[in-house]
Design a binder for this molecule. Structure first.
Ligand SMILES: [Fe+2]
Ligand SMILES: [Fe+2]
Length: 242
């Protein structure tokens, strides 16, 4: 009986010792597995996060436009028309053709239209604003065709930029805070996961690669061309003492 008990203790202690030795080894192994997984795979981006980071690229294009307004009024011949043209081209392919047309107009707006009259109204106004935006992009592309902005177009373009930036800042802010959260309520987390995969498929079909990463690189390069690359320049001076 005593021998049995001793044997059981020996076996149990050996098992515990084994586990104690094995546990850290296993945990290190699991961590290195995790690390190599993370290195291979991009972290998962949810469908709404995806839409919102696309707004980030769109907002940076709008900042290019608003930073150009005073320059157009001071000395339009010094404005880099080619950089504006590249911004409008990025807005067209990434903002209008992909984000607005393929995602919002196909997937988001049809669903929120069924969620009450207020959201239905949002879908109508947001769609009309997409359309106005496309007219604006046509105009920007037309007046920057030569790579310069002629003095005749300087003030009208400045006004178009001001109106467009004002509209789109409100547009994207309402989508982020009202429309996307309402749309998201239609789905379980699992279903949202599947939709974010669908969005990724659309992105790959349209751009043949990661459309977001490419768009981010393109806007960063435009900012560099215009001297807008350094974020610190936008920190204002401290406010006066009251
Ligand atoms: Fe939109
Ligand atoms: Fe949007």
């Amino acid at each position: 009986m005593e021998i049995d008990l001793d044997r059981r203790l020996v076996v149990r202690n050996a098992a515990l010792l084994g586990a104690a030795i094995a546990a850290p080894v296993l945990s290190v192994w699991a961590q290195s597995e995790k690390k190599s997984d993370a290195a291979d795979k991009e972290p998962e981006v949810t469908a709404t996060e995806d839409l919102m980071r696309e707004h980030g690229v769109i907002r940076r294009a709008l900042l290019v436009y608003s930073e150009t307004v005073p320059k157009l009024r001071q000395n339009s011949s010094a404005v880099d028309g080619d950089a504006l043209r590249q911004t409008a081209q990025l807005f067209r392919t990434f903002g209008e053709d992909y984000h607005e047309r393929m995602l919002e107009e196909q997937h988001i707006f049809p669903l929120i239209r069924k969620q009450g009259t207020e959201l239905e109204h949002y879908a109508d106004v947001l769609t009309a604003q997409h359309q106005r935006g496309r007219e604006v992009t046509d105009y920007i592309l037309a007046v920057t065709q030569s790579g310069k902005v002629s003095s005749i177009h300087a003030e009208p373009l400045a006004r178009v930029f001001e109106g467009f930036v004002r509209m789109y800042a409100n547009h994207a802010a309402r989508e982020d805070t009202i429309v996307f959260p309402a749309w998201k309520k239609n789905y379980s987390d699992k279903h949202l996961d599947e939709i974010s995969d669908q969005f990724e498929d659309i992105e790959h079909k349209m751009f043949g690669k990661d459309g977001f990463e490419d768009a981010e690189k393109r806007i960063a390069s435009i900012e560099g061309m215009l001297g807008l690359g350094d974020l610190a320049q936008f920190t204002p001076p401290a406010p006066p003492k009251p």
